[in-house]
Structures are given as structure tokens and as C-alpha cells.
Design a protein around this ligand. Structure first.
Ligand SMILES: C[S@@+](CC[C@H](N)C(=O)[O-])C[C@H]1O[C@@H](n2cnc3c(N)ncnc32)[C@H](O)[C@@H]1O
Length: 250
């Protein structure tokens, strides 16, 4: 597991170095540093407003004290959460992502950005966060066991009146699972090729894709006292990704 974690870290450090904005929101028209910074951060605001609208209708969290943004990248969502919560903690495996997050969000005094190269959230005590949020992260983890470990950690660090919201594909088609570009990228990288050359000149990148079925996720959550309040599905059956965003209390 430790080796997989270190490979995962290297991949995201590379991505943060070559094109952090596109590696987070992979809009094909924005590839090669074409994201406008303001437009990029506006997507986070809109996302958080939609999530909090749904949260209000569910009656959670009871208090908007402390929020965790797991896999925060450069703080697209952490920054937006900080407009609603007393304090926000953005956690990421990539030092490079965190260093950009600190630079771009230096004006947000209630945001803290932390590097965590671990399968757990052991840096936080039990029952600590009013809201735990994670979007476009769990699908990029190397192993399903690792996805499960983090989901259990989300439950552990959530206060009993809090809300956990995370997104995870429940299925992805075989053609995406094969990940040829990623395999070639890793091979050439191991042979000493430069990350920028592989990305800019050869159009390769190391983004990996994983998924976990809905039934497995719900069973896991319920086994740890989680209550699934709502599941928001998107994507077309059989065509492309099928995504699920889980709204959970405990
Ligand atoms: C596609 S980006 C999404 C960033 C952010 N959630 C957003 O929506 O703006 C995925 C992020 O997950 C981070 N990540 C990948 N594996 C991780 C892990 N094991 N622990 C924490 N962060 C991880 C990456 O470094 C990257 O910043």
C-alpha cells in the first residue's frame, strides 16, 4: 500500500507541475494551461452552493463550524466552503498542489492546507468535522481498498450532527479502465522522461480511474453507523461514467 501511495503522490505532483488547473477540471478546451483562474474558482462556488442547498433540505450539518475538503487540489472548493464555514481544512497527497493552494488562497484566513501522505486521516481526531467533502478524488486512487479506508475515515472524523458528501463513480467502461496513455506515461517516466515533455509534446498524462459499486459503498457506510440520506446519480448507463454523490450522516 505504501508504494502505491508514493506512486499516486508522484503522479499528482507531476500533474500539479505541468497543468494543475486542467488536471483538476479536465475540460478538453482548457488543456495546456487555458483555464482562467477566476472562472476556475467560480466553478467551486457554484458547486458548494448546490451542495449546501441540498444539505439544508436534509437538515445537516447542524452547525457550520469545521469543514474538511479531502483531496483539495489547489483549493477550488476549500476556498468556496470557507465562505460558509468557520474553518476549512484542505488535505491533499501532493505537496505541489498544496503549495499552489497556499499561494492562491493566501487571502482566506480561515483556510488551512495540509499535505497528508497516508491511507488514513490520523492527523485528525474522531468526531471533529461538521462537514466532510470530497469531489473528483476517490476515483483517482490506485486501489479499491484504499477508497474504502478513506470512506471509513470520513465517517470517523465526522461529528454525529455533521454531513459527509463524497462523489465516486459506480461504474466506468472498459475503454477508460484500460488507461493506455497513463501506462505509457508511467513507463516513459520510469525510463527517465521529463513530465512536461510527456504531457506537452506527447499528450500523455498519468490520471488513473477507479470506481466502486453503489451497493458496496452503502454496505460499507452502514457497517460503520453511516446513514445514507440521499444519492445523486449522474451519467448515462453503459455509455460513459456513472457517478454517484453520497450524502451521509451518522
Ligand atoms: C481531480 S483533483 C480534484 C481536486 C479538488 N477536489 C477539486 O475538486 O477541485 C484530485 C486531487 O486529489 C488528490 N489526491 C489524489 N490521491 C489522494 C490521496 N490519496 N489523498 C489525498 N489527496 C489525493 C490529488 O493530488 C488532486 O489534488
Amino acid at each position: 500500500m505504501r508504494r502505491l501511495l508514493l506512486v499516486n503522490k508522484l503522479e499528482w505532483d507531476d500533474l500539479a507541475t505541468v497543468d494543475p488547473f486542467w488536471s483538476i477540471l479536465s475540460d478538453p478546451t482548457k488543456r495546456f494551461s487555458k483555464w482562467d483562474v477566476g472562472e476556475f474558482f467560480d466553478t467551486g462556488k457554484k458547486e458548494v452552493e448546490e451542495i449546501l442547498d441540498k444539505a439544508r433540505s436534509l437538515g445537516f450539518p447542524a452547525v457550520k463550524g469545521r469543514a474538511l475538503d479531502f483531496g483539495c487540489g489547489i483549493g477550488r472548493v476549500t476556498r468556496a466552503l470557507a465562505r460558509h464555514f468557520g474553518e476549512c481544512h484542505g488535505v491533499d497527497i501532493s505537496e505541489e498542489m498544496i503549495s499552489i493552494a497556499k499561494r492562491l488562497n493566501g487571502d482566506m484566513s480561515n483556510c488551512e492546507f495540509i499535505v497528508n501522505v497516508s491511507d488514513t486521516l490520523g492527523i485528525f481526531p474522531d468526531n471533529y468535522f461538521d462537514m466532510v467533502y470530497s469531489n473528483i478524488v476517490l476515483q483517482h486512487l490506485p486501489h479499491r481498498n484504499q477508497i474504502e479506508l478513506y470512506i471509513l475515515e470520513f465517517i470517523r472524523v465526522l461529528v454525529p450532527t455533521g454531513l459527509l458528501v463524497f462523489q465516486l463513480p459506480n461504474w466506468i467502461p472498459l475503454r477508460i479502465r484500460i488507461q493506455l496513455r497513463r501506462r505509457l506515461y508511467l513507463l516513459l517516466r520510469e525510463l527517465g522522461a521529463d513530465a512536461d515533455f510527456l504531457y506537452t509534446r506527447l499528450g500523455l498524462h498519468p490520471i488513473r480511474m477507479n470506481f466502486l459499486g453503489e451497493r458496496e459503498v452503502v454496505t460499507l457506510l452502514e457497517g460503520r453507523g453511516g446513514r445514507v440520506l440521499h444519492m445523486r446519480r449522474s451519467g448515462r448507463e453503459g455509455k460513459s461514467f456513472q457517478n454517484c454523490t453520497y450524502f451521509v450522516s451518522k
